[in-house]
Design a protein around this ligand. Structure first.
Ligand SMILES: NC(=O)c1ccc[n+]([C@@H]2O[C@H](COP(=O)([O-])OP(=O)(O)OC[C@H]3O[C@@H](n4cnc5c(N)ncnc54)[C@H](OP(=O)(O)O)[C@@H]3O)[C@@H](O)[C@H]2O)c1
Length: 268
């Protein structure tokens, strides 16, 4: 029998593509959005309302979910957004909001669903981290921190759920074309000493977004994890990921130098 799969943030970007592919391949798919009414008519799979930052929304969503389905085979934690800006120029409150969605929202939903997974004694939890959850990078300190936090949480959870036959994995994509850039929050506080660096990193980031590839590789990787019996924990996706991880591990100065060099040579 085909599996039942929940995809959060299925109104746009990776979530929309993954949910659509799963539906096309015959899986039972439930997607989520904060505004399902805005998207439902255009989608072939069911979209339920969920704001992962809101405790009441998470609780009522889970009730609604299990009034529709009796078993959940795969949870795909995908909802999230990008907070961009230099660390010193970003108010800490914006950073906290970033964690409320990317980290706490993901954790809260997962925790709410764990009793169901445990009872079933099987399942998969696949979370969209980011390559920026494996490396640091200028202009994305809070985003990177929220994705690093997810790595630590799910890496630990994987040990605890192994005994229940529940597999925990993360995908860690580099930049791919989605609406992440348009939906990003960008810090507005400006400290003049950063002017040149900020202008360069802004151009560098928008070039990276503009030239990002289509997200086919992300969809393929999620499909692979869904179909794998014992998926591993970490799936970095995108050009240069192996090289950067190797440099970071064995030649940290070269790793940092390569990133700073490409930012500094950006024409503004
Ligand atoms: N694109 C990239 O290059 C890239 C790279 C690495 C990782 N990622 C990660 O991939 C995931 C998907 O992003 P995307 O690139 O596909 O961006 P996107 O096109 O902006 O899609 C983001 C999705 O997240 C949902 N969402 C945002 N805040 C939410 C909240 N508080 N509660 C529930 N849903 C929420 C949105 O749904 P509604 O607005 O309809 O609620 C939307 O469906 C994110 O976790 C992102 O960090 C993206």
């Amino acid at each position: 029998m085909k599996q039942t799969i929940l995809v959060t943030g299925a109104s746009s970007g990776f979530g929309l593509l993954v949910a659509s592919k799963l539906h096309k391949d015959g899986y039972t798919v439930i997607g989520t959005s904060r505004n399902p009414e805005k998207y439902q008519t255009k989608l072939p799979f069911k979209l339920l309302a969920l704001d992962i930052t809101d405790d009441n929304s998470v609780e009522s969503f889970v009730k609604q979910l299990f009034s529709r389905i009796s078993q959940l085979d795969v949870l795909i934690n995908n909802a999230g957004y990008l907070l961009a800006g230099l660390a010193e120029e970003t108010p800490v409150d914006l950073g906290k909001q970033q964690f409320e969605t990317n980290f706490w929202g993901t954790v809260k939903l997962t925790k709410e669903l764990l009793p169901y997974f445990r009872k079933q004694k099987q399942g998969k939890i696949i979370t969209t981290g980011s390559f920026l959850g494996l490396i640091g990078h200028p202009n994305v300190s809070y985003y990177s921190a929220s994705k690093h936090a997810l790595e630590g949480y799910f890496k630990s959870l994987r040990f605890e759920l192994n005994q229940f036959n529940i597999r925990v994995s993360m995908i860690e994509p580099t930049y791919f074309k989605t609406n992440l850039g348009e939906n990003a929050t960008v810090s507005q506080e400006e400290i003049s000493e950063y002017d040149t660096f900020r202008q360069k990193i802004d151009v560098y980031t928008s070039n990276a977004v503009k030239n990002a590839p289509e997200p086919g590789a992300v969809v393929d990787t999620v499909m692979k994890i869904v179909n794998e019996k014992k998926p591993r924990f970490s799936y970095p996706i995108g050009k240069g990921t192996s090289l950067f991880l190797t440099l970071q591990r064995f030649a940290y100065n070269a790793f940092e130098g390569a990133i700073l060099k490409s930012v500094n040579k950006t024409k503004i």
